[in-house]
Design a protein around this ligand. Structure first.
Ligand code: NI
Length: 222
C-alpha cells in the first residue's frame, strides 16, 4: 500500500494555473500604469473580461495581495495598491538588512561557477530591453551572489521582498539612465565579490539599494 498516494512528488514544476495567468496580466498592467493605483478590481468584471469563472480571479487577486500589488478591503473589495513612499522606504530598509547579511555570508563561499553565472546574467542585463525580464534578471543576479549564504529561509525572505518591490522597481526601470547606473553598481559588486572582499561588496550593495530607494521615492513625487 502506498501511504503517500495523492501527495504530489517533489521537484515537479508547478504548472501555470488560470489564476497565475490572470495574475500575470494584472501585474503587467499595474506595472505599466494601465491600471492606476486606487483602481477598483471587481471580480465579476474581471471574470467577464478574462472569460474565466470568479474562482481563478479571486485566487489571482489573493496572489497579488500577498505580493503587495493589490489591496483587499473587507467591504470595498479589491483595488490596485497605492504607490506609497513609506512602504518603499520600509521595503528597501528590509532588503538592505536581509541582503547585506546574505552577501556577507555568501562572499567567502562563492565559487567560480556562481561568479561565472552572475557575470553571464550581468551580460544579459546589458542587452535586455524588456522591463519585466530586466527585473527578473536583476533578481537572478542578486540571488546568484547570495546563493552560497547557506540559509534557504533567508533567501526565501529576500525573494519575497523582491516580489513586493517589483511593481515599484518597474517604474524606475523605464529610465535608461537608472539602468546604466544600476549596471555600473552591479559590476562593482561583482568585482568585489570575485576579489573575496565581503565588506566592500556589502558597501556596494548598500549604495545600490539606497540609490534605487531614492530614485523610487522621487518617482512617486511626479
Ligand atoms: Ni540590482
Amino acid at each position: 500500500m502506498d501511504r503517500f498516494a495523492g501527495i504530489a512528488a517533489i521537484g515537479v514544476p508547478k504548472p501555470e494555473t488560470m489564476a497565475d495567468r490572470v495574475a500575470n496580466v494584472l501585474r503587467e498592467a499595474i506595472a505599466k500604469g494601465t491600471l492606476r493605483p486606487g483602481t477598483v478590481l471587481r471580480q465579476d468584471e474581471l471574470a467577464a473580461r478574462f472569460r474565466f469563472s470568479r474562482m481563478p480571479i479571486r485566487d489571482a487577486l489573493r496572489q497579488l495581495e500577498a505580493e503587495g500589488i493589490v489591496s483587499i478591503h473587507p467591504t470595498r473589495g479589491a483595488f490596485v495598491a497605492e504607490m506609497d513612499r513609506a512602504e518603499i522606504r520600509d521595503i528597501y530598509a528590509v532588503r538592505e538588512l536581509l541582503e547585506s547579511e546574505a552577501l556577507r555570508l555568501s562572499v567567502p563561499k562563492l565559487d567560480k561557477e556562481r561568479l561565472a553565472e552572475a557575470k553571464s546574467i550581468l551580460e544579459r542585463l546589458d542587452l535586455e530591453a524588456d522591463i519585466g525580464r530586466w527585473g527578473a534578471l536583476n533578481r537572478a543576479f542578486h540571488l546568484s551572489l547570495y546563493g552560497a549564504c547557506g540559509n534557504n529561509r533567508l533567501l526565501a525572505l529576500i525573494e519575497a521582498q523582491h516580489k513586493t518591490a517589483d511593481r515599484y522597481v518597474r517604474v524606475i526601470l523605464s529610465n535608461l539612465d537608472y539602468r546604466a547606473r544600476s549596471q555600473a553598481e552591479h559590476r562593482e559588486m561583482l568585482d568585489r565579490c570575485a576579489a573575496g572582499d565581503a565588506k566592500g561588496a556589502v558597501t556596494s550593495l548598500r549604495k545600490h539599494l539606497r540609490d534605487a530607494s531614492r530614485a523610487l521615492v522621487r518617482s512617486t513625487m511626479k
